[in-house]
Design a binder for this molecule. Structure first.
Ligand SMILES: *Cc1c(COP(=O)(O)O)cnc(C)c1O
Length: 387
């Protein structure tokens, strides 16, 4: 056993305090910054009474997101989880289908797959991205998949394999070229969980835009926030129109009649949340630049003291939503978490891999070597924009 260097951990906590210019008190992992027009736009909602599901900020926010990410249409939702749910519905995930995703991710996607009555398959992540590994997906498909007509089926379970949902972990883009090619080859729909990667680009193209539909989140801890909120990114106008329809109880437009033509959802984002979103979007460029600057400061410091910090993958531009240290083992990780949190510098381990949770314990998996490796070593450190 090697010895744990408590002094270095204290030095790290001190460096974080210095970097955030906060000699004492609690330092959060990720805090929102409301330094622009947030109050002004919120006041406008209240003054005009348009706080709810009608109002100009929803359209404006959708347009801002579409323009920034380069999709033809964005559809605002109440949160990222229901954006994912809707994304799966829109691309045709049905009851008893299988959906491939990564085990090392936030629970939302596994829940969204379950809302469709479908089964998640939890595969491994890559070392360089911490996101779904194309090699792991290919290996699993080679063992389990067979084409029947133009659809992909699982030979063992007899179920259709309908979709693949990679997640851009902590803002670092997955290897999209390979995943897109694999999905194409096996006739599987690609849906990116881009909840953590607003402002992250893969080869100059925004994450969440590589499939027919992708999902963003604006939860309070994300790069920008609307309180709670999500967004569907669509490259197909007809699909986007249908998405909007489904988020509004599938009600046919009419001045007074209540006629609905689908089982719909109440998933639309209120104007008051979109107002926050518009103000946040005006500052997005500055926020991302600032977060990248923080990541560089961290990289320099951790390099000097010989602690491993996770860097954006090649050909990618990450938003560095949450910075990641890779500690030597679980024991060192736990000591680090204890020491820093005791000093009110918030740090956190990565999620419990989903295949280990009781609701998903019987789901299909394959080898999860990197998942397990990261699980024992990853910690997130404070990463708010300093603006
Ligand atoms: C935040 C997040 C979501 C969506 O969360 P909501 O709180 O519903 O907006 C989905 N997937 C991942 C990976 C996330 O981090």
């Amino acid at each position: 056993m090697f010895e744990i260097d408590y002094e270095i951990f204290k030095e790290i906590a001190a460096f974080i305090r210095k970097t955030f210019n906060q000699p004492e008190g609690f330092i959060a992992l990720h805090e929102p910054r409301f330094t622009g027009n947030e109050k002004k736009y919120l006041a406008e909602c209240i003054d005009t009474t348009f706080v709810s599901s009608v109002g100009k900020f929803v359209d404006r926010f959708e347009e801002m997101i579409a323009a920034y990410t380069g999709v033809s249409k964005a559809v605002a939702c109440v949160n990222g989880t229901n954006a994912l749910h809707l994304a799966l519905l829109l691309i045709g995930v049905e009851r008893e289908d299988e959906v491939i995703t990564q085990s090392l991710t936030f629970i939302a996607i596994a829940n969204a797959i379950s809302y469709r009555g479908a089964y998640p398959v939890f595969l491994d992540v890559d070392c360089e991205t911490m996101g779904l590994s194309p090699a792991a997906v290919e290996e699993w498909l080679m063992k389990n998949a067979e084409m029947r007509g133009d659809q992909c089926y699982n030979k063992q379970t007899g179920r259709r394999i309908k979709a693949c949902v990679p997640m851009h972990t902590f803002g670092h883009p997955v290897r999209l070229d390979e995943l897109v090619a694999l999905c194409h080859r096996y006739h599987i729909e690609l849906v990116e969980d881009a909840a953590e990667s607003l402002g992250s680009f893969y080869k100059e193209r925004h994450t969440g835009t590589f499939g027919k539909v992708g999902a963003l989140s604006f939860n309070g801890n994300k790069t920008i926030t609307t309180g709670g909120g999500g967004m569907l990114l669509c490259n197909d106008l007809a699909l986007a129109k249908h998405a909007k329809h489904l988020t509004t109880q599938a009600k046919l437009p009419h001045a007074w009649e209540f006629v609905h033509d689908h089982i719909g959802y109440n998933y639309r984002m209120p104007n008051i949340n979109a107002a926050l979103g518009c103000a946040q979007m005006e500052r997005l460029k500055e926020i991302i630049e600032n977060k990248r600057e923080l990541a560089h400061l961290y990289a320099k410091f951790f390099h000097q003291i010989g602690v491993q910090i996770f860097i954006e993958p090649q050909n990618c531009r990450s938003n560095y939503w949450l910075n990641v240290l890779i500690l030597k083992n679980k024991n060192e990780r736990d000591v680090f978490l204890n020491l820093t949190n005791n000093e009110e510098v918030m740090t956190r381990p990565v999620w419990c891999p989903i295949h280990k949770l009781p609701m998903f314990a019987t789901c299909q998996t394959d080898h999860l070597t990197n998942t397990q490796w990261f699980e024992e070593r990853v910690v997130n450190i404070p990463s708010s924009a300093r603006v």
